[in-house]
Structure formats: structure tokens, C-alpha cells
Design a protein around this ligand. Sequence first.
Ligand SMILES: Cc1cc2nc3c(=O)[nH]c(=O)nc-3n(C[C@H](O)[C@H](O)[C@H](O)COP(=O)(O)OP(=O)(O)OC[C@H]3O[C@@H](n4cnc5c(N)ncnc54)[C@H](O)[C@@H]3O)c2cc1C
Length: 449
Amino acid sequence: MAVEPVVVWFRRDLRVSDHVALHRACSLGVPILPVFVFDPAILQSKDMGVRRLAFLLSCLESLDANLQSLGSRLIIRNGHPEKVLRDLAKEVGAKRIFWNRDVEPYSRQRDEKVMEMAKAEGISAESFDDLLIHPPGSIEKGAGGPYTVFTPFSRAWLAKPPHDPLPRPKSIPATLPVKTLPIPSTEDLGLGKCEIPLPPGGEKAAQELLRAFAAKNLRRYDSIRNFPHDNATSRLSPHLRFGTISPRTVLATARRVRAEDPDSKKQVDVFVSELIWRDFYKQILWEFPHVATGCFRREYDRVEWENDPAKFQAWCEGRTGFPIVDAAMCQLNQTGWMHNRLRMIVASFLTKDLLVSWQWGERYFMQKLLDGDLAANNGGWQWAAGTGTDAQPYFRIFNPVSQAEKFDAEGKFIAQYVPEAESLSSPAPIVDHATQRVRALAMYKKAKG
Ligand SMILES: Cc1cc2nc3c(=O)[nH]c(=O)nc-3n(C[C@H](O)[C@H](O)[C@H](O)COP(=O)(O)OP(=O)(O)OC[C@H]3O[C@@H](n4cnc5c(N)ncnc54)[C@H](O)[C@@H]3O)c2cc1C
């Protein structure tokens, strides 16, 4: 049996349970070297946000503690992954590097470089499907090719049996002592201090959230999920973003609740469809990487957005004079999370009331969200702007006043974040919705030609 250690490269899968690459490495019975690499290209990217980085650091602390409890530990390095992994493999005499695949264009390029390095160095590099419930490319139309519409994708997805989560390893064969850097702070990494309180990161926190959600709100999810004040959704998104819990584990829990409590079936099915949206947008990014830099429907790249910086700033700061929009933006600015209904409302408002490009909003969200994820964020923004795959048509425009009446009828959510909305001290609306609606329609129509 080979005794050379295997390097397991952790990226956005910061857990030990149901981790495909780690599980495969453990099955070899050789020493394992778990490593996380701080990549300067990611740290310096325009989408980087200090909050998400701070959350990631807390997840790394927890991953290290979990690895230590299994007899191993996390090695931290800085630098370009292909160089860091080459040096580390040489240092410990590793001949294999394992990791779980990602769908983002940058990650794919980076992994390609690692593959090339490995080939040149005589190392075997193996990547695994782990990020999704059904991997990209595994759900295709009958005649072949990817789905671009959610409903048929979801039907095909549901027809395919999911894999059960893999068991948590009982122990992880340790490797020789190797130097590691301490887990840095956000300041050490050049991003300054995180200015908001964060929810706890790590695998245990994710499992606790899932347990609490399964015990209560999952069973009435469809009835209450659209009302921001009820705080009824799982709040698992930052954890699914960093892989402190696997989507297969979340699905298995939902299926168990559904089986145990037949009255909950309809409610649970709606929750499962949110997990399908997650898979859907990731397979869209995988199959159509151009969405990362432009509209899925390329004709909409011609839209002549007004892009007024003052209006954009008012939107960012929650000063539009539309209470539901302002309260939603305050929730984002103060907590790093925003309810899904509100994400749809503010995205529609930015693009169709303020006539500002969805890409400006997409970037702002990436800078502020703890769950900021290229595929889901891009999919959500293109859906709201009407430029995406399964987008709502551009002529369907949310009215921010009636949305508030429907989903925050008693104004409880607004009162929480914009208490002055009740009084005369709140700002006057910065645009007239009816006028802007007509202008937005003309703007889109012109682009369509
Ligand atoms: C403009 C816009 C931007 C968005 N940006 C992001 C983002 O950057 N990161 C992100 O994870 N989600 C994003 N979403 C999707 C959705 O709003 C969040 O996933 C959800 O609000 C997270 O809260 P939760 O975990 O309580 O969700 P729950 O309702 O409990 O759903 C469970 C999980 O399903 C997934 N999910 C739910 N809804 C969607 C969806 N519409 N698309 C893809 N996955 C979904 C998430 O992983 C979520 O954690 C965006 C939506 C819109 C409209």
C-alpha cells in the first residue's frame, strides 16, 4: 500500500461530514494533509467583501477544531494555489491532491492550472462532484443539452434519486508535522475590520440551524416564507455558501420530515424547490459562463441604463423614500443578509424604477452579503432584471408599495429597520413609480429592437 500522504484541498466545503474528497482520501488509509490556501486573486477581486471573509475565517477555525478532534489539523498557506500545492506536495512527498469541483469561471481556470502543475510534477490531481445535489451536466434535456427553464429542470431533477450523505469520518490519518500559518484576521488579509456582528460559522452552527428549522418552520415553510418579519426561512445560505453543511444533508433532513409528517408534504416540497433553484443556477453558470460578465439573453446587453450615481447611492444607503426598499437595504447593511422576497423587490426597484444596471446591484450585494455567491446572486439579479434564463418578463414590474402592502401588511418589518417611516422625517420618494415604469418599458423595448 502506498504510504505517500494525500493532500485534501478545502475551498468552499469547510466541513468534515459528507465531504466527497475527504471521504475518498480517508478510504485510501494513507496519511492526509488537509489544506486551505488564501489566494491573492480572490482576496483582491472586486466581489470580495470583508464580512464574508470574516465569516469564512470563523468557519476555518471550526474546521480546524473538527479536524483536530479527528486526529488531524488544518494547514493554512498563502499564495497562488498551483505554487502552494506544488511546494506542499514536495515537502511531504505527496503524490495525490484531491478537491471538490466548483462551477465558477475563476475557480475552473485556477483548477486547470493546478491540474497542469500536477501533470508536470508527476502528481495525480483528482476532483470530485460535491457542491450540488445533482452535479452539473447530470440533468440534461431528453434530446441532450442543458435546461434553461426551471420547471422542466426541476421535474428532471426530482426524477433522479439523490445520493445519501456520506458518513462523518471516525478519524483522519495524520501526516508528518508540517508548518502552518495561524488563521489570519481580516486586517491581516488587507480587508480591514468587519463592522457588523456575525452569526456563528462552522459545521456545528449549521447543523443546529438545520435542526431548529426542521423542528418548526420547515413544516409551514410555504405558508410563511414570503413574509420578511416572520423570519421563517432556514438562514442556511451562508453555510451552504461555504459548505459548512452539504446540500445533500439539508435535503435528507427535509425528506425525513416529509416522510414522518405527511401533513408537511406540500410545505417541504416548496423548500426542496429552493434547493433545486440552487442547483439550477449553478448549472447555468457552469454551462453558460458568459452570465458572469453579461446578460444571459445577449440582446439585453444593449439596454442603455441611466446609471445615475446619486440614485444608486440612495438605494445602497436605504434612502429612496420607499419604506420597504429602504428597510430591506438596512437589513442588508446591518446584518449581511436579506430576505428573499426583499431581494426581489430591491432588485426590481434598482433596475426598473431607478434604471440602474443589474450589474451595479449584483456587485453591491456581493460586497455586503454573507451568502454572496456568484451563481445564485447573478441568477437572482438577472431574473429580476428580466435578462436571464428563466427570467420574469421585463414588462412585469414590481410595485414597491403594493409589495409592502402584501408582504408586510402591518408594517412590522419596516418599523424594525426604518422606524421613521411612520413619521414625516422619512425622505420623500426619489422617483415616481408610474413615470419610471413607462421609462423602463421604453428602455427595454429599445434594446430588444
Ligand atoms: C437579487 C437576488 C440575489 C440573490 N443572491 C443570493 C446570493 O448571493 N447567495 C445565495 O445563496 N442566494 C441568493 N439569492 C437567493 C435567496 O434570496 C437566498 O438564497 C435566500 O434568501 C437565503 O435565505 P435562507 O437560507 O433562509 O433561504 P431558504 O428559503 O431557507 O432556502 C434554503 C436554501 O436554498 C437556496 N436558495 C433559496 N432560494 C434560492 C434562489 N432563489 N436561488 C438560489 N438558491 C436559493 C439557498 O442556498 C438557501 O439557503 C438571491 C436572490 C435574489 C432575488
